[in-house]
Design a protein around this ligand. Structure first.
Ligand code: PMV
Length: 397
């Protein structure tokens, strides 16, 4: 067990194009958003394991000897290739924590995911005493991959503490990242955590949290985009609650009712994603304003398509109108029906425009952030390079 405390972070994700169409085997492009989850791990010598999740006011602590009685059920022979998660392993953790079967509160599932990862990663050696604080800039339940960012941070932290992956040197740099093989190990373990929190995840969110940048997702296959520029965006949470399940079912009904009309729309969304992928690669190589104009048009086209699929919402129409009145282009991201939208900013978008738009969107009752997409994946940080707010939050104060 490493004897140093450390802080690491992982990004959330947005879907740039391809939501809903991806359910029918079309391409989706998921991209890292620089609203991040931060985790601080501190080795302790008090014989306890403490987990604090200040965003949800969750604080739990266990004695090591209680946890030691569980380890045999989580023994992993090969920490590089985790064994598939078994329902009885989760059931055992529920019983241990006194949580009724079927309780799907995200706070509880986050604690179960931690226990599973901790016991599995350390069952082979000695359980270490430690304190972990996780704090996030990401809203939960908004389709921005907050649970995946949590699982990626947790997997990376425990694998780092257990020396399963190397201790990245932070000499003279503000952030460090692990090598490809190590990222692959982090991603596999993070996927296990995601399964506990999400049930049946596609694996895209944890892959974006691990590698960052952008990924193409098609029929279960995930391919990282080779060159991805960092793009400025506004991310808006309309705070209108929506159910991904109901919205996906609504698209299915419409497709069944009007196959000749809806199938071409899904094909067109696929073509939008393809075009977007090419434009992103071109921007990464030779950025020019004309490329941004194409991205803006693709936003407009796809937003119309998503409205045709029936997943628009007046709150999203409002977002598009407000931003367009300042010359900016927006689309929904994720399931739609409310939830979140993204607005593309050009490199030359004036700061005064951004201030005005943010104000108008907040006046609509929305949460809104200026941030980047194409953000780096899981990273280790020099604490002194982090904002005061983050340091304060992960200090567990
Ligand atoms: O639940 P969200 O907002 O992360 O997005 C769901 C994306 C869909 O394409 C609508 C559904 C899916 O499973 O891909």
């Amino acid at each position: 067990m490493a004897d140093q405390s450390f802080i690491l972070s992982a990004p959330g994700k947005v879907i740039l194009h391809g939501e809903h169409a991806v359910v029918y085997g079309k391409i989706a492009i998921a991209i890292g958003v620089n609203l991040r989850t931060f985790l601080r791990l501190q080795p302790c010598d008090n014989g306890k394991v403490t987990l604090s999740l200040p965003n949800t006011d969750t604080h739990v602590s266990w004695n090591l000897h209680e946890l030691e009685s569980l380890t045999s059920a989580y023994y992993q022979n090969d920490l590089v290739n985790p064994l598939p998660l078994l329902p009885e392993q989760i059931e055992k953790l529920r019983q241990f924590s006194g949580i009724p079967a079927g309780d799907a509160d995200t706070r509880i599932l986050a604690v179960l995911a931690f226990l599973y990862l901790y016991l599995s990663i350390f069952a082979k050696s000695r359980l270490p005493s430690l304190k972990i604080v996780v704090w996030s800039e990401l809203p939960t339940g908004a389709g921005l991959g907050s649970s995946a960012a949590y699982s990626v941070c947790m997997a990376a932290a425990l694998l780092n503490a257990g020396s399963v992956i190397s201790h990245c040197p932070l000499d003279g740099v503000e952030t460090a990242r692990w090598n490809e093989n190590e990222l692959d190990i982090i991603n596999k373990w993070a996927f296990q955590g995601e399964k506990i929190i999400h049930g049946n995840p596609s694996g895209v969110d944890n892959a974006v949290g691990t590698w960052g940048g952008a990924l193409k997702y098609k029929a279960g296959e995930i391919t990282p985009l080779k060159r991805v520029p960092v793009l400025r965006i506004l991310l808006t949470n309309t705070k209108v609650p929506r159910s991904t399940k109901i919205l996906v079912a609504g698209v299915r009904d419409r497709l069944k009712k009007f196959p000749g009309i809806i199938n071409p729309v899904l094909d067109s969304i696929d073509a939008v994603s393809c075009k977007c992928e090419h434009v992103l690669e071109e921007i990464a190589e030779h950025p020019s304003l004309s490329h941004y104009c194409v991205l803006e048009e693709l936003f407009d086209i796809n937003q119309q398509h998503l409205n045709v699929l029936g997943v628009g919402h007046p709150s999203l129409d409002r977002l598009c109108q407000v931003t367009l009145s300042h010359g900016l282009h927006s689309k929904l991201t994720g399931a739609g029906g409310g939830g979140c939208g993204i607005t593309l900013l050009r490199p030359d978008t004036d700061a005064s425009v951004i201030v005005a738009v943010l104000q108008e969107l907040r006046d609509c009752g929305y949460d809104c952030w200026e941030t980047n997409i194409g953000a780096p994946g899981v990273s280790l940080h020099v604490p002194s390079a982090l904002r005061e707010e983050i340091l304060h939050a992960v200090s567990g104060l």
